[in-house]
Design a protein around this ligand. Structure first.
Ligand SMILES: [Fe+2]
Ligand SMILES: [Fe+2]
Length: 236
């Protein structure tokens, strides 16, 4: 049986095929992501899962969100945390829950992600910049920073970005809940327990989250990325 990492990598590869993402683009985005493997394997695996989940969610909500092109969701999910390459190991790899000070050190990762991929994957760089920006509690980066960058987006791209934005945000927070050993939430969560927390974090996405959990057998309970098999969930 292939190892967990290989299963995820194969799945991402398959998504690239399905979306007809050509080799130069595929190789290019991988060049950004590959160093994460050495820097922090957990962030690397998280990036693979968020790419997979983002595409599944974008497919599932394509009518609701008006998404016609799934590629930004794939790139955006894949590269959203690439800026963590610039975060010092003692913060990034800390096993305990983050303190306020740790959070402040983590926050610039969105801006680093943006700067790293902006020249090549324009739309996705905005998805990366803003993947923590709509949270009800402690959103970042600042509104000033977001507006400054958003002002540079051409109108067509801005529209596509706004459609895809909830997709990457939801995929990211969902994956963190079910895989990270977060003491604040009583350890890793069972997928079926995530909805109330997601609604707290993103009350403005209530309708989308409700919809997702209705047809989510293949999305939020994604069997083929083997949540339960690979993560020993702690009981609360
Ligand atoms: Fe992040
Ligand atoms: Fe993330």
């Amino acid at each position: 049986m292939p190892a967990y990492q290989e299963i995820l990598e194969n799945r991402v590869e398959q998504i690239f095929e399905e979306l007809d993402i050509k080799k130069p683009f595929k190789d290019n985005i991988k060049t950004f992501i590959e160093p994460l493997k050495l820097k922090d394997i957990d962030t690397y695996l998280h990036s693979l899962r968020v790419a997979i989940l983002s595409v599944e969610i974008a497919k599932g909500l394509s009518k609701d969100l008006g998404i016609t092109d799934l590629r930004p969701a794939a790139y955006g999910g894949y590269a959203h945390d690439v800026g963590k390459l610039a975060i010092p190991d003692e913060t990034l790899k800390k096993k305990e829950d983050y303190t306020k000070q740790d959070m402040e050190k983590m926050k610039p990762h969105t801006i680093h992600s943006f700067n790293m991929i902006h020249g090549t994957f324009l739309l996705s760089s905005y998805l990366a910049l803003e993947h923590h920006s709509d949270k009800a509690h402690d959103p970042y980066p600042s509104e000033r920073e977001r507006k400054k960058q958003e002002a540079k987006l051409p109108p067509g791209a801005k529209e596509a970005f706004e459609k895809c934005k909830p997709v990457v945000e939801i995929a990211d927070v969902y994956d963190a809940m079910v895989t990270r050993d977060n003491q604040k939430y009583g350890g890793r969560m069972d997928p079926k327990d995530t909805k109330p927390i997601m609604l707290k974090i993103y009350p403005q996405y209530k309708e989308l989250i409700q919809k997702l959990s209705k047809f989510n057998k293949n999305i939020l309970h994604t069997e083929d990325i083997h949540w339960k098999k690979y993560f020993n969930r702690k009981t609360k």
